[in-house]
Write a protein that binds this ligand. Structure first.
Ligand code: GDP
Ligand code: MG
Length: 171
């Protein structure tokens, strides 16, 4: 059976857990001491959804300002983007809106947008409510889940939801 390749990039502030989400999805591991990403890193993972196989080519970018100018390289030609914020950081949710606007104006037409509110295991430190983020995601027509790379909650689900929204190539 054929595999459908999907370029996917992760965007969002530094420290929100982009690399941890990718680690959880690709290797099913969590490393609390992982070093921060320099520039960007690339990984692939096959994912089966409804008798269809997707090969995700995942570009995990660094959120630091000094790498921001590189972002277009990673979302160019992408079929999907996961924009990540940290539920314990209102600031990271504000930044997310900036990334969404950039993708809306400069991203590929038809790109599937998914918003991940990560670190949902840290309920006591929450600064962004589920409903606030959900309303925003609905407004812009993006998928939305709260994830935890630490506990693995909703990490596979976000890729599953994305798979469902990617137009299937029929060969
Ligand atoms: P990135 O800069 O967006 O790639 O973020 P990292 O994946 O490097 O994670 C930044 C920090 O947040 C690290 O110390 C991670 O261990 C921690 N972290 C990432 N995801 C979670 C999560 O779901 N829950 C908790 N409690 N910590 C997390
Ligand atoms: Mg990183």
């Amino acid at each position: 059976m054929s595999k459908q390749e999907v370029k996917l990039c992760l965007l969002g502030d530094s420290g929100v857990g982009k690399s941890s989400i990718v680690q959880r999805f690709v290797n099913n591991t969590f490393n609390p001491l992982a070093e921060s990403t320099i520039g960007a890193s690339f990984m692939t993972k096959n994912f089966h959804e409804d008798s269809h196989t997707y090969k995700f080519n995942i570009w995990d970018t660094a959120g630091q300002e000094r790498y921001r100018a590189l972002a277009p390289m990673y979302y160019r030609g992408a079929g999907a983007a996961i924009i990540v914020y940290d539920v314990t950081s209102a600031q990271s949710f504000e930044s997310l809106k900036g990334w969404v606007r950039e993708l809306q104006h400069h991203g590929p037409p038809g790109i599937v947008l998914a918003i991940a509110g990560n670190k949902c295991d840290l309920e006591d430190y929450r600064e962004v409510s589920y409903q606030t983020a959900k309303n925003y995601a609905d407004e812009i027509g993006a998928l939305f889940v709260e994830t935890s790379a630490l506990t693995a909650v909703n990490v596979n689900e976000i890729f599953q939801e994305i798979s469902k929204k990617i137009p299937k190539e029929t060969v």
